[in-house]
Write a protein that binds this ligand. Structure first.
Ligand code: ZN
Length: 303
């Protein structure tokens, strides 16, 4: 009797509760097509199921690895939340922060970095879902704002890879203020005529959707990503209607005009690079060297 229950439960739980976490181990079961995939094959395929193209959730560092040509420079790595409200729900917020830091090795839920994408110098902010649900608190807001301002100073495009449950309620109104702060910075980026691309990945919800995730010159999403403001259950209970099939998924939002493109992760870098070029961004000609070399031939004709 006991073994029967045991075999059923572990199968049901990972499929429904956390469909896109990549578990430790040699083999991973795809939550979509139920195929067992060799972990190394999955990693080599950018964590996309080779059989059904299910997009597994990936971390912020992996995201940067997939986007940048090579090395990148990280900024504001040590900014950390001070727990301004001394907030406690089922656990003190301080304990949650500590657990997040220990689990991810990051100080908060975003990495901001600069590097080149197909030769184009770009500022990228990538959110980390495994740090308190990728929630946006003061630190995330500040780091993203600084990244945008750095983009303005250097004249480079900005990309934000969104993966978030929304504003971090343990920081109350301060977390909500980040929505306005980042949106303001993006407006300045726009005035500087620099491109901003929002990449929406599974999931992008709450205050993140309600601010920078939807403000891109181009709003891209990965296939079947959950994108919305409130969760479907809350909406169903409020409007007392059954929601349509595929509600809050990328493809549905694309059809309704909320997104510009749904892009397979394996083509994401190429699509972003060509979009940046279309919007006027140019690849740096071999780093620094030409800038030094150029002034030299100039005096020659004058002599
Ligand atoms: Zn699959």
């Amino acid at each position: 009797m006991a073994w029967f229950k045991k075999t059923r439960k572990p199968i049901a739980a990972p499929a429904k509760e956390k469909p896109s976490r990549v578990p430790e181990g040699l083999w991973v079961k795809c939550p979509d097509c139920a195929q067992a995939i060799y972990n190394k094959d999955l990693a080599a395929n950018m964590h996309v199921c080779p059989k059904c193209a299910h997009h597994f959730r990936i971390g912020a560092a992996e995201r940067l690895r997939l986007l940048f040509d090579g090395e990148w420079t990280e900024y504001d790595r040590d900014l950390v939340s001070t727990d301004p409200l001394r907030f406690t729900d089922t656990k003190p917020y301080k304990t949650r922060l500590k657990a997040g830091i220990e689990a991810t090795g990051m100080k908060d839920a975003v990495i901001v970095a600069s590097g080149t994408i197909d030769g184009i110098e770009t500022m990228v902010a990538a959110m980390e879902y495994s740090f308190i649900g990728g929630s946006m608190g003061v630190v995330v807001g500040e780091k993203i704002t600084r990244a945008i301002e750095r983009g303005i100073d250097r004249g480079t495009p900005v990309i934000i890879v969104c993966c978030s449950g929304g504003a971090r309620m343990m920081e109350g109104a301060r977390s909500l203020m980040q929505m306005a702060k980042i949106s303001g910075a993006l407006a300045r980026l726009d005035r500087a005529r620099l491109p901003y691309i929002a990449v929406l990945t599974d999931p992008t919800t709450g205050g993140v959707t309600a601010s920078f995730a939807m403000l891109g010159d181009l709003n891209l999403a990965e296939p079947k990503a959950q994108i919305g403001f409130a969760g479907p259950r809350v909406i169903e209970q409020t409007i007392r209607q059954k929601l349509p099939e595929g509600f809050q998924r990328s493809e549905f939002l694309l059809e309704k005009g909320m997104l510009d493109l749904v892009v397979d992760r394996r083509e994401l870098k190429a699509v972003i690079a060509s979009a940046l070029r279309f919007m006027g961004a140019r690849a740096q000609p071999a780093p620094v060297a030409p800038a030094v070399a150029e002034p030299a031939p100039e005096p020659a004709p004058q002599v």
